[in-house]
Each structure stands twice: as C-alpha cells, then as structure tokens.
Design a protein around this ligand. Structure first.
Ligand SMILES: Cc1cc2nc3c(=O)[nH]c(=O)nc-3n(C[C@H](O)[C@H](O)[C@H](O)COP(=O)(O)OP(=O)(O)OC[C@H]3O[C@@H](n4cnc5c(N)ncnc54)[C@H](O)[C@@H]3O)c2cc1C
Length: 277
C-alpha cells in the first residue's frame, strides 16, 4: 500500500485570515473596518501578501494558528504513526483503530521499507507476516477480540489518519520532519503535505521547509557530526560556525581584510587595465 496524502480543505481564505489576524494587532482600525477595506479592494491582495511576508520574518507566530488545514493520510505504517502522534500542539488526529477494525482472513496491509527490499529480504518479511496473519485469524476465530489479537501485529502494519493542523504547527512539523535527520517515512508524509499546501496556497506552502531552509532558521542546529553527514549540510552553515564567527568578531580576532581583498574592492586591476583608454 502506498502513502497517500490529500488536502481535504483549509481555512476559507488563508491569506485574508492571516492578514486580518496580524492587522488587528497593528492597526487603529477595527477588524470589521479591515474586512470592509479588503472587500472593496482598498487593501489589495498584493498589499496583504507583502504585509504577511514582513510579519513572517518576525517571531510573532500566534496569528499563524488562525489558519488550518485538513488532511486525509493513508497507507502509513504504525512505525510512522507512533512518531506522528507525539506532536501535541495545534494538531488533532483521528486514526484507524485496531480495536474496532478486525482484519479479515488475517490479512493486514503493511509497508516494506526500501532498505529491506534492497537487502533482498522482502519475501522473507512477507512470509513472516503471512504466519502472523494466520495466527491473528486463528485467535479471532477462537474468540480473541481484535484489541488483543492486534498484539501480534508489527510496526509495519498500515494505518490511516484524518487530521486537522494549524499553520504554526505544520511549520513546526516540517521544520523537524523535512530535516534529513528525520525518518524517511515521516519525511515523505511531510513532503506530501507540503506539496498539497503548495498547490492550494503557494504563498504559505513555500514556508514549509526543513528548519535550515532559507525561509526558516537558515542554519543547522543538529550536531556538527550530523551536519557533516547531511547531504545538504554544505549549503547551510552550522550554528557552531556562526557562534565561532560571532565570538571572533566580539574579541576582535577576525582575520583582517588582505591587501588583495582591497585590490578587489577598489577594482585596482581593472582600473589599471582601463588606463590606456
Ligand atoms: C529527529 C528526531 C528524533 C527523535 N527521536 C526520539 C526518540 O528517540 N525518542 C522519543 O521519545 N522521541 C523522539 N523524537 C520525538 C520528539 O521527542 C518529540 O516528541 C516530537 O518532536 C514532537 O514534539 P515537539 O515538542 O517537537 O512538537 P509538539 O508536541 O507539536 O509541540 C510544539 C511546540 O510546543 C512546545 N510544547 C509542547 N508541549 C509543551 C509543554 N507541555 N510545555 C512546554 N512547551 C511545550 C514544544 O516544545 C514545541 O516547540 C524525535 C524527533 C525527531 C524530529
């Protein structure tokens, strides 16, 4: 079963909601007056977009909680779902139950990681799960309730979600779970959620980045060892490098600009080359 992520719906006009949330804080106008000005185009879409982008550069994050997205997520493993439901704030989950859903004939859908396939162990995994399914079916037939027969089931077993998440929580989830340090399946789900939001509200979707993204922190705060191992680490500075740079600057220990740097700045070579003319 493959992972599927569908954006079911979102706040009616996310940019208007966000603009109004921010504007209410910074304006003498009442929110009703702001709404009227949006309605008769005295406040244009371009102005709203610019204002929101400027606010997003600040740490004023609570207005982002006023925009929400609803997703259907299916074909994910229980290994993924254990991690997903650890997010506690700004997200509501409903998940397929293993108490109320009994797998028919002991056949449960599951995920085979690519690494298992590459190791040539997918068939062995399937054989093992077939035996698990047979025993599950035997238990159910013997009157064991699904909530107890499920004790046999592996982390690979698939599950489904219907969730609602606000934009601030989604940004946080993407900060962590689009990072190359996150587990591949969670990274995939986060990337699919991002792609769905990009289609519907690209002005907001673009902010869904790993925390080192240019629209998020812009640097890496994982360990230096992990930063070195990250396939995109080289294009993002590590936070320790920034602190070292700042420390050298504070202590007046930064290497001074060299004579050749000044030549470049003053365009000495090109000025000399230009003399004959
Ligand atoms: C790469 C990676 C590896 C991980 N490894 C492990 C692991 O080995 N073992 C493990 O158990 N978990 C692990 N986790 C899960 C992690 O510990 C968190 O459970 C998960 O990131 C969700 O919690 P959160 O605080 O990030 O987000 P949320 O729960 O969604 O919280 C959102 C924000 O609200 C803040 N917040 C939430 N609740 C409170 C509160 N009560 N008081 C104050 N602030 C609060 C959080 O600090 C966060 O900033 C891992 C996560 C990642 C990304």
């Amino acid at each position: 079963m493959s992972i599927q992520v569908t954006l079911i719906s979102h706040s009616e006009d996310p940019m208007r909601s966000l603009y109004m949330a921010y504007r209410t804080c910074y304006s003498q106008l009442t929110p009703q007056q702001v709404l009227k000005r949006i309605g008769d185009d005295r406040i244009t879409d371009a102005e709203m977009k610019h204002f929101i982008e400027e606010r997003l550069k600040t740490g004023h994050a609570s207005p982002l909680e006023q925009v929400s997205f609803e997703f259907a997520i299916s074909g994910v493993s229980r290994a993924f779902s254990h991690q997903f439901v650890r997010h506690r704030v700004g997200i509501s989950f409903e998940q397929q139950s293993q108490r109320y859903v009994t797998y028919k004939d002991g056949e449960f859908p599951y995920t085979v990681p690519e690494t298992v396939r590459k190791a040539g162990l997918a068939d062995e995994m399937a054989g093992h799960f077939r035996e698990v399914g047979e025993l599950y079916e035997k238990m159910v037939a013997a009157g064991v309730p699904a909530e107890d027969a499920r004790f046999l089931l592996p982390n690979a077993t698939n599950t489904n979600f219907k969730i609602t998440v606000n934009f601030q929580a989604l940004l946080h989830i993407c900060d962590l779970r689009l990072c190359t340090r996150a587990q591949w399946e969670f990274r995939k789900v986060a990337a699919l959620m991002r792609s769905e939001v990009m289609k519907a509200v690209p002005e907001l979707g673009k902010y869904l980045q790993p925390k080192c993204g240019e629209l998020r922190m812009g640097y890496c705060d994982e360990s230096e060892k992990d930063w070195e191992a990250c396939p995109i680490g080289r294009v993002r500075p590590h936070k320790d490098a920034l602190f070292r740079l700042y420390d050298s600057y504070r202590k007046g220990e930064l290497a001074p600009l060299r004579a050749e740097d000044w030549d470049t700045i003053e365009e000495k070579e090109s000025a000399e080359a230009a003399e004959p003319y």
